[in-house]
Write a new protein. Structure first.
Length: 132
């Protein structure tokens, strides 16, 4: 397994597990049945941290749609080097930082973490086209 695929697997696992804490909060705040029932137009609000975690999760999914294909295209093309491995590791840590600081509510650091992740994706695009 290449380093890029390793970091992709960790990113997918993290993104796939993030829903659990905010769903537990939803069950505590709204009750079990409203949590399991179909969505309603104006549900009882969740805890602020859980609402922010849900936003971070949605953002992570949106960005995974870009990151995963880039890594898979690099893998299919046989492109793997220190730069691409570092970019994939940076992407994972940036997304983890984004999740944590958005959940806690630290706006400037959240934006910086997002931009690091975006920059890592840009590096992968450059590598894919042979410009890196």
């Amino acid at each position: 397994m290449s380093a890029e695929i390793f970091w992709l697997a960790l990113t997918v696992a993290m993104t796939g597990l993030v829903w659990a804490p905010y769903m537990l909060d939803r069950a505590v705040v709204r009750g079990l049945w409203p949590t399991l029932d179909n969505p309603v137009p104006s549900p009882k609000p969740q805890s602020p941290w859980a609402w922010r975690m849900m936003l971070a999760h949605h953002n992570a999914v949106d960005n995974l749609v870009v990151f995963a294909p880039l890594v898979l295209m690099l893998d299919a093309a046989g492109i793997s080097n220190g730069t691409t491995a570092t970019a994939c590791a940076a992407y994972f840590w940036a997304r983890l930082m984004h999740l944590v600081v958005l959940t806690i509510g630290i706006p400037i650091v959240r934006t910086a973490a997002f931009l690091v992740g975006f920059g890592a994706q840009a590096v992968l695009v450059l590598a894919l086209f042979g410009w890196m």
